[in-house]
Design a protein around this ligand. Structure first.
Ligand code: GDD
Ligand code: MN
Length: 374
């Protein structure tokens, strides 16, 4: 427990703050106090503060932090309601800091806080701009990881290499310190999608950074559970895609288009089944296939492309009908433009593709405005 009289964190003096430690939390009530105690020990001699950024925890984490922060001035809390996302939480915390150096550490004690002073000094004393905790170099280790997770992590790291301007042995690490002005320089270009804020940072900053790497062993979680789920892989791909092509095309449009292609497959399958297995006439079969494909596209876009503003329950049904409406107008645009192009060039497939592209872009723009409005 925290004992204020002997707690080294509580020694308040007039020294300027040197380091802000940003700590993202999502249901970490069991970890917050042990972490603060460990930080107090590890960071003795450095003037530091902790900035917690909590995303709608339901296990009492923000209430606990509020109580702690009332008596401990080294603890600050940013509470976000409804929003979710590790990267954006970290960025928000870092932007709220005023210290020259900002560090980021997980709340769940899996990052070794004893390495923090090394990260800090690499920047404060040795002139580096960024210092990362790494599991893949300098005596670092992944600890008790299963072979599968190791393979996935290595594969993800390899995928990242084309977009990294600064070479890092462990770009997936969420454990690092950075000069605040460097972070501010990168901030306008950050994607802040998903988990990988360090990768986002080195991909978004306009030039390679002077980086130091300090090894650490990834610990095993004691309390609470990991928030990594199936969506994390998708969010990772979104980050890579956004960094690679985001300046030219929105990632959501690419996802929308990819789902649209799958929708064409659904359409043809349904058409085939209705005609050949049920024996329905073409017009009926085609109508069924259109409705099936639209429903499929709506459901998938709602689950993936627009999962940040996902519709549920009644809103799902309302959204579906607005999507039907959008797509009907899209079909009109598709046929109209297709016919125009056909009259000009007489190439049936050019006309077909032109119509499909215009129709799809319409569907994308109009549905983002009518169906997923939040
Ligand atoms: N505010 C906020 N919002 N915090 C979150 C969210 C969120 O949506 N999701 C997770 N967190 C917090 C957790 O409470 C924890 O403190 C930290 O972010 C890491 O989350 P975990 O769910 O424990 O992730 P992990 O252990 O699987 O992933 C760690 O290892 C990765 C490398 O393999 C993290 O350190 C990642 O940053 C790192 O990339
Ligand atoms: Mn963890």
């Amino acid at each position: 427990m925290l004992q204020q009289s002997v707690d080294p964190r509580h020694a308040i003096n007039d020294e300027p703050l040197q380091l802000s430690v940003v700590i993202p939390t999502k249901n970490e009530a069991g970890n917050v106090e042990p972490l603060l105690e460990r930080l107090g020990v590890a960071l003795a001699g450095i003037e530091w503060e902790a900035i917690f950024v909590d995303d709608s925890s339901t296990d009492g984490t923000p209430e606990l932090l509020t109580r702690i922060a009332q008596s401990d001035r080294r603890v600050r809390l940013i509470r976000r309601i409804g929003r979710r996302g590790l990267s954006s939480a970290v960025v928000e915390g870092a932007l709220a800091s005023t210290t020259p150096i900002v560090a980021v550490i997980d709340a769940d004690l899996q990052h070794d806080e004893k390495v923090l002073p090394d990260l800090y000094r690499a920047i404060a004393d040795k002139g580096h701009e960024l210092a990362i905790g790494t599991r893949y170099a300098a005596n670092g280790s992944t600890g008790e990881w299963a072979e599968d997770r190791l393979k996935i992590s290595r594969f993800a790291t390899a995928l990242a290499s084309p977009i990294m301007k600064t070479r890092l042995s462990d770009p997936m690490s969420g454990f690092f310190a950075v000069r605040r002005d460097i972070l501010l320089e990168a901030a306008p270009r950050l994607s802040t999608v998903g988990y990988k804020i360090l990768l986002d940072l080195v991909a978004s900053h306009p030039r390679p950074l002077k980086v130091a790497e300090v090894g650490y062993t990834f610990g095993t979680r004691q309390h609470g559970e990991s928030k990594l789920d199936e969506m994390v892989a998708l969010e990772y791909l979104e980050l890579l895609l956004d960094k690679a092509i985001g300046r030219f095309v929105p990632v959501k449009l690419v996802q929308f288009g990819a789902i649209g292609m799958l929708g064409v497959g659904v359409h043809l399958t349904l058409l085939y089944m209705a005609m050949n297995m049920v024996g329905a006439p073409f017009a009926t079969s085609q109508a069924l296939a259109v409705i099936g494909a639209m429903t499929f596209n709506f459901a998938l876009n709602n689950k993936f492309t627009y999962r940040d503003q996902q519709l549920k329950g009644f809103a799902w049904v309302g959204g579906l009908f607005s999507f039907y409406l959008v797509c009907s107008l899209g079909a009109v645009a598709n046929v109209g433009i297709g016919s125009l192009v056909y009259e000009q060039f007489h190439g049936w497939w050019i006309a077909g593709i032109a119509g499909a592209i215009v129709g799809s872009v319409w569907n994308y723009v109009a549905s983002s405005w009518l169906t997923w409005t939040k």
